[in-house]
Design a protein around this ligand. Structure first.
Ligand code: XUL
Ligand code: CO
Length: 458
């Protein structure tokens, strides 16, 4: 079955006689979803995201650098551990896997183009089917990369990042780079090589490592020390290969604490930074932080963002949100404006994205079964981030929040404070200071006042 399946009229209409590629998968979406402003009641319009609107020194599009993820949006099925797929997609029905791959890519570029999203992200196995041999899988990937090059050229849509799926196939049941069997390590490394080639050909601005199975289910059978060394070896091989092929994009590591394994080695931003420092990789990789992974790690997203930013390692963001009542990786579309404001404040504080962006690593709820639900979801998420950007910019312009924090630490600017920070004071110096100055005066942290200040911008 081809593209016809989404057409409302199944009879041999004028449209059915058009060449296949002219029949849209998203017939209810206009060629470009319009910006209609905050008062609009049209659910297929943007109320806040106005790509060309200038905020500070850049347009909204330049600040936000939205990307659509291929896996959930075009390959997701709605299946969960309790039930069958609920999302039946016209682009994913052909019995021929390569035709299915081409149809899916047509649908993807049609959707992204209609939404006006400038970037996309993929795993190797999202865009091309895995075959019986590694060689054939690589040929499939190369064919689909060629197909994607044409779609990118036609639409002007660029690749934010690519990655390899090193977690779905049963061979990776006990890890990819961290597998007890070097044969499996080699398979993963070969796959990374080809996925980096694909990303390079498509002029990707980055390449992500999410260690889907790089962790353990029990320490009873695990040599944790060596598994972490193995993972570092794979990353060093990728750094070397990047130089070899002249790939200019940024490499990222994506933290997540559990799911699928009980413990993932890249469990949060701090543990990733420690790992990168330990194995001399910090100069080569930044972090791709995901909101729902932060919450699974027991952190706020702002905590993760600041942790990475403080180490100059904040690279890119997988924009979604979780549900505290469910407690697993629900990957919902980000609609919480308080959250998007906090995220955009951090992005503005680091001076904006360079190679990174906001990738919607998010999926519909299982009962949201129509293709048009994908449009509602992305429009809402893009609007939530546009609003978050506007509010974050206003908070920065206002300056009271930053000034409060600066003033709170002002005494560290004194000679005594500077000596401590410069390592020029010892314990005895601190005691003499106390003997001279006595008891410190109590100072309020003013949390509630600051919360009210932020709400004043909402
Ligand atoms: C899994 C996840 C991945 C990565 C890419 O939770 O976030 O989709 O973003 O492998
Ligand atoms: Co992700």
């Amino acid at each position: 079955m081809g593209r016809e399946a989404l057409r409302k009229d199944e009879t041999a209409s004028e449209e059915a006689r058009k060449p296949e590629s002219d029949v849209p998968y998203f017939p209810d979406l206009p060629e470009r979803v319009p910006y209609e402003g905050p008062k609009s009641k049209n659910p297929l319009s943007f109320r806040h995201y106005d790509a060309s609107q200038t905020i500070g020194n850049k347009t909204m599009a330049e600040h936000l650098r939205f990307a659509i993820c291929y896996w959930h949006t075009f390959k997701g099925t709605g299946a969960d551990p309790f039930g069958a797929p609920t999302w039946i997609r016209a682009w994913d029905t052909s019995p021929d896997p390569m035709e299915r791959a081409r149809n899916t890519m047509d649908a993807a570029f049609e959707f992204m183009s209609k939404l006006g999203v400038p970037f996309w992200c993929f795993h190797d196995r999202d865009i091309a089917p895995e075959a019986d041999s590694f060689d054939q899988s690589t040929k499939n990937l190369q064919a689909m990369v060629e197909y994607a090059e044409e779609r990118q050229w036609e639409t002007g849509i660029n690749l934010l990042w690519g990655t390899a799926n090193l977690f779905s196939h049963p061979r990776y049941q006990s890890g990819a780079a961290t597998n007890p069997d070097p044969h499996v390590f080699a398979y993963a490394a070969a796959q990374v090589r080809r996925a980096m080639d694909a990303t390079h050909t498509l002029k990707g601005q980055g390449y992500v490592f999410w260690g889907g199975r790089e962790g353990y289910d029990t320490l009873l059978n695990t040599n944790m020390k060596q598994e972490r060394e193995q993972l570092a070896r794979l990353l060093h091989m990728a750094v070397d290969y990047k130089k070899e092929i002249g790939f200019q994009g940024q490499l990222y590591i994506e933290p997540k604490p559990m799911e699928p394994t009980k413990h993932q080695y890249d469990s949060d931003a701090e543990s990733c930074l420690n790992f990168l420092r330990e194995f001399d990789l910090l100069a080569h990789l930044k972090l791709n932080l995901e909101t729902n992974h932060a919450t699974l790690a027991g952190h706020t997203m702002v905590h993760e963002l600041q942790t990475a930013r403080n180490a100059n390692a904040l690279g890119s963001i997988d924009a979604n949100m979780g549900d505290t009542l469910l407690g697993w990786d629900t990957d919902q579309f980000p609609t919480n404006i308080y959250l998007t404001t906090e995220i955009m404040l951090e992005v503005l504080r680091m001076g904006g994205f360079t190679t990174g962006g906001l990738n919607f690593d998010a999926k519909l709820r299982r009962p949201s079964s129509d293709p048009i639900d994908l449009a509602y979801a992305h429009i809402g998420a893009m609007d939530a981030f546009a609003r978050g950007l506007q509010i974050a910019h206003a908070i920065q312009q206002d300056g009271r929040l930053d000034k409060f924090v600066k003033d709170r630490y002002a005494d560290w600017k004194s000679d005594f404070g500077q000596n401590i920070l410069a390592g020029k004071a010892n314990l005895a110096d601190c005691e003499s200071y106390i003997l001279n100055s006595g008891e410190p005066t109590q100072r309020s942290g003013r949390q509630e006042m600051l919360e009210n200040l932020i709400n004043g911008f909402m």
